[in-house]
Design a protein around this ligand. Structure first.
Ligand SMILES: [Zn+2]
Length: 414
């Protein structure tokens, strides 16, 4: 295809070749590829965004893999900066330790450890900790702050090397990692190598059932290669000498799956949650391609409704701006056709994005002060999962006659 993107021909989880295309979204540049004003003249390359369903194991996935160096080059997301995430990881660590009555003193390895927020919680509870994260600057900063972090991609070789150096790990964690990695088989092999015989692997990943039930199609972008559910994962771990022993739904990132895994033959019993979640997925039809064709039809209907409304507002002479420039807004804007013709600018609370242009469409991102300075008639809430708090914080905009428009989960004027 081209040097930054290749299409795999087999399922990422089972290796099968019977893959059915179920949803075709507009090609986009990488969802986080914001550019500076001086780069505005350069057109950004777009990559296919097609979703496939595996007829053998029911895994839902992208097959077009954009080079991770292109996707994560300038990765700025640092988890510890948000108090919500710190609290999330404290609860997470507490649940792991309680549920598995882990005593402390052993080794915890976090894959995709970011700034080490989660490991910090384990460290304070008396564990030895080690982070693995290929984002070099973040890894270095974590090491300097006392959470030793290896700046490499996690592979079977690295799993073995860590075990040789420091002994087997009692706990391995990976949060929001299983959706990002193409070679999941390699990661699973590495985890099995690294885990102690009675060790436990805990992961958290966006849950396909939430994507499906809430029509979260904008979480589909190139960084998210896989849309996980319990049934395909259970088979995947079994093929790699492990077994899933618990599965829970948690609230993070619009709805996630938290899974607990042990080496095959480990001493823990397999909890009812795994079977219950898999049965519920079957009732939802997540194991059938037709279900996702219906999902695609829903996305199409929303697109027609939303872009029709936006064009009508524009014809009536209203000025329109956006609120929030999260990664997922790239998918939403491209697929719903929200471009510079329709939207003048976007405001975002993060200083890191202010002053930049959105990926590909090059819509300026400004500080929230631009709302009162420029006085748009309508604000499209692109970060729609935060709609309630955004609307509450900007009562002055509404009092002055402004209106909010949400694109998802339903098209709604406020
Ligand atoms: Zn498969």
């Amino acid at each position: 295809m081209n040097k930054y993107c290749r299409r795999r021909s087999t399922c990422r989880l089972c290796g099968g070749g019977r893959l059915t295309a179920v949803l075709s979204l507009e090609p986009t540049p990488p969802a986080n590829a914001f550019v500076t004003l001086s780069e505005a003249a350069t057109e950004q390359e777009r990559f296919p965004l097609d979703v496939f369903f595996c007829e053998d194991c029911a895994h839902v996935q992208l097959l077009d893999v954009v080079d991770p160096r292109v996707l994560f080059e300038n990765y700025v997301y640092v988890s510890g900066t948000s108090p919500v995430f710190v609290k999330h990881f404290e609860d997470y660590a507490e649940q792991v330790l309680k549920r598995f009555q882990a005593a402390g003193g052993g080794l915890v390895v976090d894959i995709g450890s970011n700034d080490g927020t989660l490991l910090g919680v384990f460290q304070r509870a008396g564990w030895r900790v080690l982070g693995v994260d290929p984002a070099r600057q973040i890894a270095r900063a974590a090491t300097q702050s006392g959470i030793e972090t290896i700046d490499e991609f996690f592979t079977p070789d690295l799993g073995r090397a860590i075990r040789d150096d420091r002994g087997p790990a009692d706990i391995v964690t990976a949060n929001n990692v299983f959706a990002h990695i193409d070679d999941l088989a390699g990661v699973a092999e590495g985890i099995r190598e690294l885990l102690a015989d009675d060790g436990i692997f805990v992961f958290e990943v966006s849950y396909l059932a939430d994507v499906f039930e809430k029509t979260l199609f904008d979480t589909i972008y190139h960084e998210h290669l896989a849309y996980h559910s319990v049934k395909p994962l259970r088979g995947f771990f079994a093929r790699h000498g492990m077994e899933m022993i618990e599965a829970l739904r948690v609230d993070s990132h619009g709805g996630s799956l938290r899974g607990f895994v042990q080496r095959k033959g480990g001493h823990r019993r397999i909890g009812a949650s795994v079977t219950e979640m898999a049965a519920r997925e079957e009732r939802l039809g997540l194991d059938r391609a037709e279900t996702f064709h219906a999902f695609a039809a829903r996305v199409e209907a929303l697109k027609i409704e939303f872009s029709g409304l936006l064009r009508r507002l524009k014809t009536e002479g209203r000025s329109i701006a956006g609120y929030g420039a999260p990664a997922k807004a790239t998918t939403l804007m491209y697929h719903f056709g929200i471009d510079r013709e329709l939207i003048d600018f976007i405001v975002d609370d993060s200083p890191l994005k202010q002053g930049l242009l959105t990926p590909g469409l090059h819509i300026p991102v400004l500080a929230t002060g631009a709302i009162s300075e420029r006085g748009p008639d309508v604000l499209v809430i692109l970060a729609w999962n935060f709609a309630a708090s955004i609307i509450a914080r900007h009562a002055a905009f509404r009092d002055a006659g402004g209106r909010f428009l949400t694109p998802l989960p339903e098209v709604e004027m406020v």
